[in-house]
Design a protein. Structure first.
Lengths: 360, 431
C-alpha cells in the first residue's frame, strides 16, 4: 500500500519527467544541419547560411551522420532559397547558422524547417538546440494554447492614479506564424483589427477603410501594451533557450525551471527573456523581458491557472509592470480559449475587414 | 464665449465619464455576439479661419462678402454605423449628418456614406452589393490608383468616407511558398441618372478589378477601370517592410486620354487630351523613441503646370479688378463656373512632397500624440504646415487641436488659397 505522501511523490516525479519524455520522443524525428566552414564538428559555424561551404548533419541524439558540400555555395543568386530546398529534401528539420538571408528564412518557413542563429562551435550549437530547455519551451507553448485556437481577452491599463482603460479583443491563431486580433470595445477602438502573418503586420481601422501595412514595432493601442503582447506567436517560434540555469543543491528542490531565452532574429520585440517555468505544469510563472544588455524592459506574471475545457489548463490572468512606465500596470484576462481550426484565407489582408464574421 | 462654454461642459462631462468607470471585471456578456450592432460618434468641430483678403481664391469666392479678417465655423456631426447579421448575410450602413453654422448661416446635410449587403459563404469568398468604399492604393496622403473612390484631402485623409453604389466580390486563396496570398476583387459600377451620377459620364456600366498578391512578403496590387464613365485606366501599387521599423510603398497609374480643361489669362477655355502617368513613392519609419515619419512624393500628371495656374490666377485678378471698377462679376463667375470643377481639387499641380511626423506619448504622457504635417508644392515652392495635438486618454473621447498655416508667394497654390491659417478643435465622442 502506498502512503499518500509516496503517491504524491510518484506523481511529482512522473510530472517532472514529462519534458524529458517529450524530448526523447522528438529525438528520433530531429535532423539538424549546421552551416560550417569545414567538415569538422569542432569548427566554427559559418556566417553565410546560403553560401557556406559545408553542412554537417546530426541526428536527434547529437550524432554526426553526414557531411555534405553545399551545391549552391557559388550561386550568383537565389542561394538561400535553393539551399533551404536542398536541406528540406534531405529531411532536415532544423538549420543552424550564424546569419540567414531573408529569402532563406522565408523558404525554411515554407518548408516548416526550424532555424537558429547561433555563433561558435558547431557541436556546441547542436547541444544547445537539443537541450532539454528547448524541449521544455516547445511543451510550454502547447500548454499555453493549442496550435490553432480562438480566445477572448480583456486588456486593462491601470494608471498610477488608479484610473483604468479597458480593451476587449477577439483573437484567432493558426500554426506558428498566423495570428489576428479584433477589438470589440471600447467604442472608439471597435472594429479595429490587426493581422500578423509571419513578419508581415497590418492594421485595419474602420475610419480609414483599408488595411495599412505597419512596422511590427508600432503599437496599435496606446499605453503599456505593445504589438507583441497583442499578437504574440509561440515563444519557441521567436526565441530559443540559450541556457537553462544550473540549480544549486538547495535549489534542486525548487519547483521551477529557469530558462534564458534569446531572440532568433532582430525583429523580435525583446532581445532576451528570462523565464521561470513551473516544473509540474510546464507553464510560465514569470518572465522578465530584457534588452541585449540585460536591461529590464518589463516583467510578466502569469496567474490564476484555470481549466478552459478540452484539456486547456493555463493561467487566465497575465499582469505586466515595467520600470519604463513607473506606477503603471497592465492586466490581460483570458476567456473562452477554444481549439478551433481556420482556413489560411482568414489570415489575409483581404479578409481583415471580415474578422467579425468568425465570431460564433 | 459660447465656444468656451461648450468646451467646458464637454470636458466636465468627459471627466465625469472617466470617474464613473466601474471596477474591472470580464463579464462574458461583454463578448456576446449580437445580430444588431449600432455604434458611431458625435462630433463638435469649431474652426477659425484667418482669411487672406488679397488671395485669388478669396477674391473668387468672397468678393461680394464682408471684409472681415477672420471667419468662424461651427460643425456638429452625428455618424451612425450599424450592422445586422443573419447567417452568412450582413447588412451594413453608415449615415452621416452634418450641421454647420458658417457665414452663410445654418445648413444641414445628411449623407449615406455606405449602405450595402454582404454575403460571406466562406473565408475564401464574399459578395457585396450597395453603396461602399473600396479604398484602393497604399499611399497615405494621395492615391492615384483609387479609381473608384472620391478624392481624399491630404490634410485629413480619413474624411473621404462616402462610397459609390457597386457590386463587388472578393476571392481569396492562400498558398505556401513565396506567394502567400492571392485575391481578386471584381467590381461593377453602374453610372446612370441618380446612381453614381457624380462619378463621370452617365449611362455606362463600368467594370473594374483589383488583383492582390502577397509575394516575397510584399503587398502588390494590380488594378484597372474601364466602361466609359471615365477613360480607361490601369495601375499597380506595392508595400513592403524593409526592416521591422521601416516600410516603403508606392503607386503607379496610367490614364488613357485624360481630358484636361483649363483657362488662360484672357478667360478662353482650352481642352487638352493626353495619356497621364502618375506615381507616388512613400515610406513609414519608426524610431526607437516612438517617433513615426511618413514621407511621400507624388507626381500627378493630371495636375496643372505652373504656367496654367498663373494664367488662372491672373484671370481671377482681372475679373476682380473688373468687378471693383464696374461692379460686373461676370468674369469671376466664369472663372468659378467654366473651369471650377478642374480647379476645385485639394492639390492642383503636379509634384508634391508630404511629411508627417508624430510622436507617441512624449514625456510619458499616455494617450497623447503631437504631430506635424507638411505638404510642399515642388512646382511653385508654396507649402502648408500644420501642428496637431491628439489626446485619447478619456474613454471613448478623442480631442484634437489642429492648426494649419498656408505659405506661398503671389500666384502660387498655397499662397492664393482663401485662408492664411486655420485652427480647429475636434471633440469626438464614440458610442
Amino acid at each position: 500500500m502506498f502512503t499518500r505522501q509516496k503517491r504524491l511523490f510518484l506523481i511529482l516525479v512522473t510530472l517532472s519527467l514529462v519534458p524529458v519524455i517529450a524530448y526523447a520522443a522528438q529525438k528520433d524525428a530531429a535532423k539538424i544541419a549546421v552551416a560550417s566552414n569545414s567538415k569538422n564538428a569542432t569548427s566554427s559555424i559559418s556566417n553565410k547560411a546560403g553560401k557556406c561551404p559545408y553542412y554537417l548533419i546530426f541526428d536527434g541524439t547529437g550524432e554526426l551522420i553526414e557531411v555534405v558540400g553545399n551545391p549552391y555555395k557559388d550561386a550568383q543568386s537565389g542561394a538561400g532559397s535553393q539551399t533551404a530546398g536542398f536541406l528540406a529534401d534531405k529531411g532536415v528539420t532544423v538549420v543552424i547558422a550564424e546569419t540567414f538571408g531573408e529569402k532563406m528564412i522565408e523558404a525554411m518557413r515554407s518548408n516548416s524547417t526550424d532555424y537558429f542563429q547561433l555563433r561558435g562551435i558547431v557541436l556546441d550549437a547542436v547541444k544547445t538546440v537539443l537541450s532539454p530547455g528547448n524541449q521544455i519551451l516547445m511543451k510550454l507553448d502547447r500548454n499555453l494554447n493549442p496550435e490553432s485556437y480562438e480566445s477572448y481577452r480583456k486588456l486593462i491599463n491601470i494608471e498610477p492614479g488608479g484610473r483604468k482603460r479597458e480593451y476587449v479583443l477577439f483573437t484567432v491563431k493558426k500554426g506558428a506564424d498566423k495570428v489576428a486580433a479584433l477589438f470589440l470595445s471600447p467604442a472608439s477602438e471597435k472594429g479595429r483589427s490587426t493581422l500578423r502573418l509571419d513578419e508581415n503586420m497590418w492594421l485595419y481601422i474602420p475610419n480609414v477603410g483599408k488595411p495599412v501595412r505597419i512596422t511590427s514595432l508600432q503599437s496599435v493601442v496606446g499605453g503599456v501594451f505593445n504589438n507583441s503582447d497583442i499578437l504574440r506567436l509561440d515563444y519557441a517560434a521567436e526565441y530559443f533557450v540559450e541556457k537553462m540555469e544550473k540549480l544549486s543543491d538547495k535549489e534542486e528542490l525548487s519547483d521551477k525551471y529557469v530558462l534564458h531565452l534569446k531572440a532568433k532574429t532582430k525583429t523580435v520585440a525583446y532581445d532576451k527573456l528570462k523565464m521561470w517555468v513551473d516544473k509540474d505544469t510546464i507553464l510560465p510563472t514569470r518572465i522578465e523581458c530584457l534588452t541585449e544588455a540585460s536591461m529590464l524592459i518589463k516583467t510578466i506574471y502569469y496567474k490564476k491557472t484555470e481549466d478552459f475545457g478540452d484539456k486547456i489548463v493555463r493561467p487566465s490572468v497575465i499582469e505586466t509592470d515595467s520600470p519604463l512606465y513607473k506606477g503603471y500596470k497592465s492586466v490581460m484576462i483570458f476567456a473562452k480559449i477554444k481549439k478551433r481550426t481556420f482556413e489560411d484565407e482568414v489570415f489575409t489582408l483581404t479578409f481583415m475587414p471580415n474578422l467579425e464574421s468568425l465570431r460564433q | 464665449m459660447r465656444l468656451w462654454a461648450i468646451l467646458a461642459i464637454l470636458l466636465t462631462l468627459s471627466c465625469g465619464i472617466a470617474l464613473a468607470e466601474e471596477e474591472y471585471s470580464f463579464d462574458l456578456s461583454e463578448i456576446e455576439e449580437k445580430p444588431l450592432d449600432i455604434g458611431g460618434y458625435l462630433e463638435f468641430r469649431p474652426v477659425l479661419f484667418g482669411l487672406d483678403k488679397n488671395s485669388a481664391l478669396h477674391k473668387l469666392k468672397l468678393y461680394n462678402r464682408g471684409k472681415e479678417n477672420t471667419r468662424e465655423e461651427y460643425n456638429f456631426t452625428a455618424l451612425l454605423d450599424g450592422s445586422y447579421k443573419k447567417g452568412i448575410t450582413e447588412f451594413h450602413a453608415i449615415v452621416n449628418t452634418d450641421f454647420k453654422k458658417s457665414y452663410l448661416g445654418w445648413s444641414e446635410e445628411t449623407t449615406l456614406y455606405e449602405g450595402y449587403m454582404s454575403l460571406k459563404p466562406s473565408s475564401m469568398f464574399n459578395f457585396n452589393i450597395g453603396k461602399k468604399t473600396l479604398k484602393w492604393g497604399k499611399g497615405y496622403a494621395w492615391n492615384p490608383v483609387a479609381f473608384l473612390d472620391r478624392p481624399k484631402d491630404p490634410e485629413d485623409p480619413e474624411l473621404a468616407r462616402e462610397g459609390f453604389v457597386v457590386i463587388s466580390a472578393d476571392y481569396i486563396k492562400s498558398f505556401d511558398g513565396p506567394l502567400k496570398t492571392f485575391s481578386f476583387t471584381p467590381v461593377l459600377m453602374p453610372v446612370y441618372d441618380h446612381i453614381n451620377d457624380d462619378f463621370g459620364k452617365i449611362n455606362s456600366l463600368n467594370f473594374a478589378g483589383k488583383m492582390y498578391l502577397l509575394l516575397y512578403d510584399t503587398d502588390i496590387d494590380f488594378m484597372f477601370l474601364t466602361g466609359g464613365s471615365k477613360t480607361n485606366r490601369y495601375g499597380m501599387d506595392f508595400s513592403r517592410n524593409i526592416t521591422s521599423n521601416f516600410e516603403i510603398h508606392g503607386e503607379l497609374s496610367f490614364i488613357n486620354d485624360h481630358k484636361k480643361r483649363f483657362i488662360n489669362s484672357d478667360g478662353a477655355v482650352f481642352n487638352k487630351q493626353y495619356d497621364a502617368t502618375s506615381y507616388l513613392l512613400g515610406l513609414r519609419y519608426l524610431t526607437k523613441s516612438d517617433t513615426t515619419y511618413i514621407f511621400e512624393y507624388f507626381h500627378d500628371a493630371t495636375g496643372f503646370a505652373e504656367s496654367e495656374m498663373e494664367d488662372y490666377f491672373s484671370f481671377i485678378d482681372k475679373g476682380y479688378d473688373t468687378y471693383l471698377t464696374s461692379g460686373d462679376d461676370s468674369l469671376l463667375k466664369k472663372a468659378s463656373n467654366v473651369a471650377g470643377g478642374n480647379y476645385n481639387r485639394k492639390n492642383l499641380m503636379r509634384d508634391y512632397l508630404y511629411l508627417r511626423v508624430s510622436q507617441k506619448e512624449p514625456f510619458d504622457i499616455l494617450y497623447f500624440t503631437p504631430s506635424l504635417t507638411g505638404i510642399f508644392n515642388i512646382n511653385d515652392k508654396s507649402f502648408s504646415i500644420g501642428p496637431e495635438l491628439l489626446y485619447t486618454g478619456i474613454k471613448n473621447l478623442e480631442l484634437r487641436l489642429k492648426t494649419t498655416f498656408l505659405v506661398g508667394d503671389s500666384h502660387t497654390e498655397f499662397g492664393e488659397k482663401q485662408n492664411d491659417c486655420r485652427i480647429e478643435l475636434r471633440v469626438r465622442y464614440y458610442f
